[in-house]
Design a protein around this ligand. Structure first.
Ligand code: AMP
Length: 643
């Protein structure tokens, strides 16, 4: 007898389980299924997403309803349309050998009359989002006065999204004698209140520790300067060539901007947020599920209910405002027994939040260092070698081999290997040679220090930077942008190394990190500009103004036209090119020429050769190398999905 049989499940369910390839019940299934089958009871189950809870309530519901009765007997409420559809599909799969069972999904954004028609045909199980369900009740399109089972899935999420009143109203129209099963990852007061109000002596089961992060997720943080956040993200992606991730940002704008930058820089990424239409969101999710997108950049709201298996990493590009939200983010990985990693890119001033999260998830973070350029090159090289080893040869290529052999015939095996991998390696090494080390590790004592001192960061007003006074300004035909370019060029510094540039008439201010101070003082004090010696001093002025994500100052007094500035060929920092080149989710299925947006797996992108696959701004080290076909772009073998 296998373990599923021991739970008391029917033959038809066991057959479906066999088809699904489930070998053993998960913890929540083992705990919940026998109880729910044997007893007519209410239940509160504390379980994270990805623990197999859909089957934990799905199997008993299917087994207990009367397939010969066409009345609605079970209502499952879920927070999002995504999850609603996911549950519906799962229930359909579980009940495929059960004759006469009909499941209907009820959610906003689709035709309410069609949904009502489907229900009228006889749906024993309705899976619904609270808003649409309430709407249907109000219009008299559904009758749930006879139901025997009501299931609240991800109850904490539903309440988090403001569905308290809808849920209360919906539950009030259901009969008292029904059984209510409430599934939730956490137990905030509102959820407990619903439990108290609508449930009778519920059996409580807990999977893992209450409110704890899943045991299959490890938590890491990387400490960086705020201006290096994006660079850090790119490096983490480069250091994990097979990354399949959700990248969380705080706002829709940041989500869109980060996704666009990633696409511009050659990563397979797309944005998911509330400003996209439903069709666009569906397109993005389809591409993500199909793994044509490796990095889904999402807001918390849009990512709710994302139920995709095998996500390798959750990246907190920015930490959420509500620390509790971290739990929901990290729960997107480490599902169905797989291991996953939740990464936080954090700045010094946010370090305290890490300790708060540790207290909530009852797990420790590991502090990691952003991989150096050379480490990334090594990883990519090995990845490539393995990929060459594992690639399946399509014998179509045989036709071309004579011509290829004649080109390569003079090379020895060693030379051939060296040259093959250099095709990729050169690209990475050339890029990373020019970049600086961005890791900004907090020593253990620094972390403790901050934690102990209630977290007030000990940075000076310049955020730890050095501010300089220099005796050149707008009188010398500089504006802030051209002066920044001039300084970077003269000092041989990178795009983000000079910042907070404030140009006055006869003098200016600018900042660098302290590591460049000696160089700035030595080099600039020995430079002449049109016969005049430049004089630079360390300033006491604290700068002010903010930087935007390009490292540019956005302080009111710095901006201004560039017209009067002396332009130096090749010296300008590359600018964002608007949204051009960015993947727009409405184009999800179109193969993009030379781009990296989601691609249809049957139409692989032609990169036009490796040598063209370089950072777009020649001579600048600002952009990460684009990925070519050779790095993680090919469709991966994946577990067949059942939806
Ligand atoms: P859930 O928590 O219900 O969203 O389930 C997460 C994923 O685990 C889904 O893809 C399920 O199909 C899968 N799953 C559920 N139960 C099992 C099981 N016993 N063995 C393997 N996978 C499972």
């Amino acid at each position: 007898m296998n373990k599923f049989e021991q739970l008391g499940l029917s033959e038809s369910l066991l057959k479906a389980i066999l088809d699904l390839g489930f070998e053993n019940p998960t913890e929540v299934q083992e705990k919940a299924i026998p109880l729910l089958l044997e007893k007519d009871t209410d239940m509160v189950a504390l379980a994270q997403t990805g623990t197999g809870k859909t089957a934990a309530f799905g199997f008993p519901v299917i087994q207990k309803i009367d397939a010969n009765n066409r009345n609605t007997q079970a209502l499952i409420l879920s927070p999002t349309r995504e999850l609603c559809l996911q549950i519906t599909n799962e229930i359909k799969n579980y009940s495929k050998y059960e004759k006469g069972i009909n499941v209907v999904a009820v959610y906003g954004g689709a035709s309410i009359t069609e949904q009502a028609r489907d229900i009228k045909r006889g749906a024993q199980i309705i899976v619904a989002t609270p808003g649409r369900m309430q709407d249907m009740i109000n219009r008299g399109l559904v009758n749930i006065s006879q139901i025997n089972f009501c299931i609240l899935d991800e109850a904490d999420e539903m309440l988090n999204m403001g569905f308290y009143e809808d849920i209360v109203n919906i539950l009030s129209t259901t009969p008292d004698e029904k059984n209510t099963w409430l599934f939730s990852a956490t137990m905030p007061a509102e959820v407990a209140r619903i439990g108290k109000q609508f449930m009778k002596d519920p059996i409580e089961i807990t999977v893992g520790a209450k409110n704890s992060g899943s045991a299959t997720v490890s938590h890491e943080f990387y400490l960086v300067n705020a201006r290096d956040r994006y660079e850090a993200l790119k490096r983490l992606a480069d250091a994990n060539p097979d990354i399949f991730s959700v990248v969380f940002c705080r706002t829709k704008r940041d989500t869109q901007a980060v996704a666009e930058k990633l696409v511009e820089d050659g990563y397979s990424a797309a944005a998911l947020h509330g400003d996209l239409s439903q069709a666009q969101r569906d397109g993005v999710m389809k591409s993500f599920r199909g793994r044509q997108i490796q990095m889904l950049v999402a807001t918390d709201v849009a990512a709710r209910g994302i139920d995709v298996d095998n996500i390798t990493h959750v990246v907190n590009y920015q930490l959420p405002d509500e620390i509790e939200t971290y739990n929901h983010r990290s729960g997107r990985t480490g599902r169905a027994g797989k291991l996953g990693t939740s990464i936080v890119i954090v700045t010094k001033s946010e370090l305290r939040k890490i300790s708060s999260i540790e207290r909530i998830i009852k797990q420790k973070f590991e502090e990691k260092t952003i991989p150096s350029g050379i480490e990334i090159c090594e990883i990519q090289l090995l990845h490539l070698a393995n990929k060459i080893k594992d690639v399946e040869v399509d014998h179509e290529i045989d036709n071309y081999l004579p011509a290829i052999n004649s080109v390569l015939e003079d090379l020895t095996k060693e030379e051939l290997i060296k040259k093959m991998v250099s095709v990729e390696f050169n690209r990475f090494i050339n890029y990373y040679k020019k970049t600086r080390d961005i890791s900004n590790q907090a020593s253990g004592s620094e972390r403790r220090d901050r934690d102990d001192r209630d977290g007030a960061p000990r940075e000076n007003n310049n955020g730890g930077a050095t501010r300089y006074f220099v005796n050149i300004g707008s009188r010398d035909n500089f504006d802030w942008m051209s002066l920044k370019d001039y300084l970077k060029e003269t000092l041989d510094l990178g795009r983000d190394d000079v910042f907070k540039v404030d140009v006055k008439e006869g003098f200016s201010f600018f900042n660098t990190d302290p590591e460049h101070t000696d160089k700035v003082m030595e080099v600039l004090n020995n430079v002449q500009l049109e016969g005049r010696r430049i004089n630079v001093e360390i300033s006491k002025n604290d700068g002010g103004g903010r930087r935007d994500h390009n490292g540019r100052s956005s302080g009111g007094s710095f901006g201004g036209g560039r017209s009067a500035a002396p332009r130096r060929e090749g010296s300008f920092a590359p600018r964002r090119e608007g949204s051009g080149g960015g993947f727009r989710s409405d184009r999800s299925s179109a193969p993009r020429e030379g781009g990296f947006g989601p691609r249809s797996s049957s139409a692989p992108r032609r990169e036009g050769g490796f040598s063209s696959d370089r950072p777009r701004t020649e001579g600048s080290s600002d952009r990460a190398p684009r990925r070519s076909e050779s790095f993680g772009d090919a469709p991966r073998p994946r577990r067949p999905r059942r939806d």
